[in-house]
Design a protein around this ligand. Structure first.
Ligand code: PMP
Length: 396
């Protein structure tokens, strides 16, 4: 029998979420997460995945994964520091360092895990972290875990960052100061102002930390936001995920060799959680090789992003200020955004609503993630469904 107090807590809170329309209903896929997906037997154009380059279903990655699975089995068998490091883990890390133009890299089981690992391995209660107010949840949790003082600065507001960095530095209260930002912000598709951040970091001796989950594979010909700005030698921590453009699962930090050496002895998910499976490692390594060999998929992604943006804008939708293929369609009122998404899904486009608290109140939106795998015909169909539903709901 479960505890009464737990039952009461769960019943009350689940009811509350459902009443407020905040209870997430999950639609399971009956197909791979490609440009067209099947849900409840119905085919839908998929504009909701982070599979930016279409690599999640790429035959070359599947082959690499299948071979590694046959050779090494399904699991790595232990944490990295006991005997869960296969040679291919090290090969992946070497590839990641090459990809990111750094001395070394360390792989984790997810991007989320990576932020939990890396921040708290370096920062502690005597330190302070300047964090963009729109940073991802895993950065927020990683900061909290470190016990450092968290100082939030207004989104991409460089004057605010500078003032807060100056105040923190001059207070003399902290041993180390760090600035953390997403490279690309996933709800709006805008890019962090890294050149200015680096300048401020140099002025106040800040450790620099960029989570490029949405920039890797997308900006800088695929190498990411840091490379896009030519700052590879100026950013201490380059974080990435293997689960979005790379198409698999996992996360990593790329940086100086001594930083990576430290993370290998001090970051807890590396020490206490079983390492990535052989298939994940081999597929990720293959994906990075593909990205380094050719920019073809990257170019297709941008072409498709520009095409969708142009189509939606011409219809009169508010697509915000995205600088990347991420294409929000800002509706405003939360319920309306949810209804709009529901109607799009009914008509054949899987594009999910994103509402408060993930984005500020009154900026409810449907977010579109075009990928390199979409065809023009799929995007045309999506745009025509947007037109139909937009007119029906008096949005355009
Ligand atoms: N950082 C950012 C900025 C992200 O958007 C995400 C994914 N939503 C993560 C980290 C977590 O990555 P993963 O899915 O690999 O855990």
């Amino acid at each position: 029998m479960s505890s009464h107090i737990l039952e009461k807590f769960l019943n009350e809170n689940l009811e509350d979420l459902k009443r407020k329309g905040l209870y997430n209903v999950i639609d399971p896929l009956e197909s791979p997460n490609g440009p067209v997906i099947t849900i409840n037997g119905k085919e839908l154009i998929n504009l909701s995945s982070n599979n930016y380059l279409g690599l999640a279903t790429d035959e070359r990655l599947k082959k690499a994964a299948a071979e590694a699975l046959q050779k090494f089995g399904v699991g790595a068998g232990a944490v990295r520091t006991i005997n869960g490091t296969l040679k291919i883990h090290l090969e992946l890390e070497e590839k990641l360092a090459e990809f990111k133009h750094t001395e070394a890299a360390i792989a984790y089981q997810s991007g989320f895990n990576c932020n939990m690992a890396a921040i708290s391995a370096v920062m502690d209660q005597n330190d302070a972290i300047l964090s963009d107010e729109l940073n991802h949840a895993s950065i927020i949790d990683g900061c909290r875990l470190s016990k450092a003082k968290i100082i939030r600065f207004n989104h991409s507001d460089m004057e605010d960052l500078r003032a807060k960095a100056k105040e923190a530095k001059e207070s003399g209260q902290y041993n180390k100061l760090m600035v953390i930002t997403d490279g690309v912000f996933s709800m709006d598709g805008d890019i962090a102002h890294l050149p200015e951040i680096v300048k401020i970091a140099e002025e106040f001796d800040l450790i620099t930390y960029v989570d490029d989950a949405h920039g890797s594979g997308v900006l800088g010909d695929g190498a990411g936001t840091v490379k896009h700005f030519g700052l590879s030698d100026k950013i201490d921590f380059q974080i990435g995920t293997l689960s979005k453009a790379i198409g698999v699962v996992g996360g990593y930090v790329a940086g100086k060799k001594n930083l990576i050496d430290w993370l290998k002895v001090r970051s807890r998910p590396f020490l206490f959680s079983t390492s990535l499976t052989p298939a994940d490692v081999a597929a990720s390594k293959r994906a990075i090789e593909i990205l380094m060999e050719s920019t073809e998929l990257n170019q297709k992604l941008w072409e498709n992003g520009d095409y969708l943006k142009k189509g939606l804008k011409q219809l009169g939708f508010n697509i915000g200020n995205s600088e990347t293929p991420i294409t929000p369609c800002i509706i405003g009122e939360e319920k309306m955004a949810q209804q709009f998404s529901q109607r799009l899904i009914e008509e054949g486009v899987y594009a999910k609503a994103i509402v408060f608290p993930t984005v500020p109140k009154g900026t409810g939106r449907v977010r579109n993630m075009p990928t390199a795998a979409h065809t023009k015909a799929m995007l045309d169909k999506a745009i025509s469904i947007y037109e139909k539903v937009g007119k029906e709901m008096n949005i355009i």
